[in-house]
Ligand binder design. Structure first.
Ligand SMILES: [Zn+2]
Length: 164
């Protein structure tokens, strides 16, 4: 089974060491929160497999294989949905990290607005937000969540080039 989730087939980390480290930290925290019952060996393997899948751009295939062969699952979530989150959420983290590093301060929340878009994210569509709390103004509030940070979210950020 191959997931059609539009992950680019090139390495999104492009040999960037700081970004790679930050991404491994993100994946580590994510797996710790979502799979609290893994053994130490499984925990380390799962982080490595997830990072490798992202680096290779294999659309979550190696994560799916690993979860199936080790009988791993999150409670109440299908393996398919877990793999979507494990693939998409680091990519959303990477997008945000890149924008902040390139000195963007604000972004527009973009939702796909189809039948799978949540009512909450539909409301955020087209609105502008600050990337960091210190950039927050009345016009550009800061949110704890960001596009792609929540379960099965497919929203994305459009960076604001006019207010940097
Ligand atoms: Zn969303």
């Amino acid at each position: 089974m191959s997931l059609k989730i539009g992950i680019q087939s090139v390495n999104p980390l492009q040999g960037d060491e700081d970004l790679s480290k930050a991404t491994i930290d993100f994946i580590t925290k994510y797996i710790k929160n979502h799979f609290p019952n893994l053994s130490g060996r499984e925990f380390n393997e799962f982080i490595a497999i997830t990072f490798d899948s992202l680096s290779k751009g294999d659309r979550g295939q190696s994560i799916t294989d690993y979860m199936n062969s080790n009988n791993l699952s999150e409670s109440n979530i299908s393996v398919y949905d877990s793999v979507l989150d494990l693939s998409m959420r680091p990519l959303a983290f990477i997008s945000r990290y890149r924008l902040i590093r390139n000195r963007f301060k604000y972004y527009t929340w973009c939702a796909l607005n189809d039948e799978r878009t949540s009512p909450e994210h539909r409301k955020l569509d087209g609105k502008k937000f600050a990337l960091l709390p210190e950039y927050e103004t009345k016009e550009f509030p800061y949110l704890e969540i960001y596009p792609g940070s929540e379960h099965l979210c497919r929203c994305f950020m459009d960076p604001d080039f006019d207010n940097m």
